[in-house]
Each structure stands twice: as structure tokens, then as C-alpha cells.
Design a protein around this ligand. Structure first.
Ligand SMILES: [Zn+2]
Length: 303
């Protein structure tokens, strides 16, 4: 958790992308990565990988798509020999992938499984998921794929280099930096929090004045929000702010403090505030913690 806290102060991470020679996720043929410090790319990693599938299974379509030629892979190191320097390059950084779970992480898993080596443990951000959260409902065909997002946000896209590992890792990094700047976030954790505040104050199910109070003091908590909303208890004749009925002089003091007519109206209001607080305390998780495989590898060793 400490390194996650540290990532709060600056945009530091390593973005990674893999290419494969076939549709089998374990058939990695290229590993690319870029290192980002304070929101700038400072280093890169680029290495061909000898695919762990027979030559007969290499798919020419994949290879055209990835710009990988047979001769590029002659004498290439195998996955375990690439993973070692890649791990060194990753260090303790939070990693970024585009389509982490469905693509790159499952490729890593499969490749490690094939060689019976343990999957590295890391925390990561998925730029596909992050873009979907921050820009929901984009239209068009595959609007959230890396190329289309780069085009949409004018991040520049070289069609010749697109779908090569290190280039794509660089684009994934640029996209993450773009999304963080969009939210005025100082770091990856901050990014998640910024997003949550926006989603809470944009929540149309909360009344406008409640949203304003939360926006002004997002971490103040329910008591502080209630104090700001209702500096004084309601007076007889005022309207209940939940149901609109007139508050009588027989209304309980605990209800009048919330400008509500009865206890059920108070609990509706409290419920809305509690939901907002929960969302702020548990921000949308941009960072998926501690990814590790384990079970299948251990089972593999034991059997
Ligand atoms: Zn009421």
C-alpha cells in the first residue's frame, strides 16, 4: 500500500504491452514497456520473444498486424529470459496496461504457466477501464480500443508503428497521463479520488444543494455536510426538504434539524448522504491491487 500512497505525489508508472504470433495468449513474440516519471517517459524496454508455440501455429495475419517478421524472432530469447530483465525494468512500479485483464495480463499468465514460472506480483491500472469510467458511452465501432482513443483525444497515432509493443506501451502511457491531466490529478490514487468526487457531485439522484455542499468539502463527512446544509433547525411552516409537506410544530427536534417532517424522511436523506460518503471513501478502483497468479502455478508444481 505504501508505494500506492507514494504514487499519489507524482505520475510514476511503467506501461507495458505484448504482441503475440497467434491468437493463443501465451504466444508472446514481443515485449514493450516505457517508464514514466513525473508524467514524462524517461526510459523504454523493447525485446523480441521466442514464441512458445510451434512455427506451424504462427499466424501470418497476426504477424502482419504486429509488424513482426520471422527474421525478427531468429535467436530471440524465450519468455523466462525476457521476463527477468522486464521485472527489473518494472521495479516496484504500478503498471499500466490497455485492456489489462482481457489481453496483456492473460498473456503474461499463460506464458508463465507454459514455463512453470511464477507470475510477478504487481499493482496495475487499466487504461481501457479508466477511459470507460471517465468517458462513458463513447460511440462508434470499438471506441475504447487504444488507437481510437488516441485518435479521439488527439494524442497522435502513427499507423506504421501502431500495434508494435513498445509504441503501444508508449501510447498507453500517454493516454494515462492525458486522463490524469483531464482530472487535474497529481497521481494515480489522486486520479481515482478526483473521479469519484466528480461522479458524486454529478449524481443526479442527489439534490443540487447537497451536491454543492459535498463538492465544497468532499471529505468533510455527513455531520459537516448536514451542518453546512442546515445551519439552523427548520421553523414550523417550513417545507420538508424530502417530501415537501409542511413541517408542523409537533415535529421532533431531531427531524427539524434535518429540515424533515418525520423520521422516514430523515432516513431517506441520511441514506443519500451515506451513499455519497461510501463512494468517496472507496473510490473507483483505478488501481487493481496485488495482481498475482499462484494457484495454477502451485498446482502445476505439485502435480
Ligand atoms: Zn417529509
Amino acid at each position: 500500500m505504501d508505494k500506492i500512497k507514494e504514487a499519489l505525489v507524482s505520475l510514476d508508472f511503467v506501461a507495458i504491452d505484448f504482441e503475440t504470433v497467434s491468437n493463443k495468449p501465451g504466444s508472446i513474440c514481443w515485449a514493450g514497456a516505457v517508464k514514466v516519471r513525473n508524467g514524462r517517459q524517461v526510459d523504454s524496454f523493447d525485446c523480441p520473444v521466442a514464441p512458445a508455440v510451434p512455427r506451424s501455429e504462427w499466424n501470418p495475419q497476426n504477424m502482419r498486424h504486429n509488424h513482426v517478421k520471422d527474421e525478427d524472432l531468429i535467436g530471440a530469447p524465450s519468455w523466462p529470459d525476457v521476463l527477468e530483465p522486464l521485472r527489473e525494468f518494472m521495479g516496484e512500479d504500478i503498471l499500466a496496461f490497455h485492456s489489462a485483464k482481457s489481453a496483456d495480463i492473460s498473456m503474461m499468465e499463460k506464458a508463465c504457466e507454459q514455463y512453470l514460472i511464477p507470475m510477478p506480483v504487481f499493482d496495475y491500472v487499466c487504461t481501457y477501464e479508466a477511459a470507460k469510467l471517465i468517458y462513458p458511452g463513447l460511440s462508434g465501432s470499438h471506441p475504447y480500443n487504444l488507437g481510437n482513443l488516441c485518435r479521439k483525444f488527439n494524442l497522435g497515432l502513427s499507423e506504421n508503428e501502431y500495434h508494435t509493443a513498445t509504441y503501444d506501451a508508449g501510447k498507453c502511457a500517454e493516454l494515462l497521463i492525458f486522463l490524469a491531466r483531464k482530472l487535474n490529478a497529481n497521481g494515480l490514487v489522486d486520479m481515482g479520488e478526483q473521479y469519484t468526487i466528480r461522479s458524486v457531485i454529478g449524481d443526479a439522484s442527489l439534490p443540487e444543494d447537497v451536491r454543492q455542499v459535498i463538492g465544497a468539502d468532499p471529505y468533510g463527512g455527513i455531520d459537516s455536510w448536514v451542518d453546512r446544509l442546515f445551519p439552523e433547525p427548520s421553523k414550523p411552516g417550513d417545507k420538508c426538504r424530502v417530501c415537501g409537506s409542511v413541517i408542523s410544530n409537533r415535529s421532533r427536534k431531531s427531524c427539524r434539524e434535518y429540515h424533515c417532517c418525520t423520521a422516514p424522511c430523515v432516513s431517506l436523506l441520511e441514506g443519500a448522504l451515506e451513499r455519497a460518503q461510501r463512494r468517496l471513501e472507496h473510490p473507483v478502483s483505478f488501481i487493481q491491487e496485488e495482481f498475482s497468479l499462484g494457484d495454477t502455478i502451485i498446482a502445476g508444481w505439485l502435480s
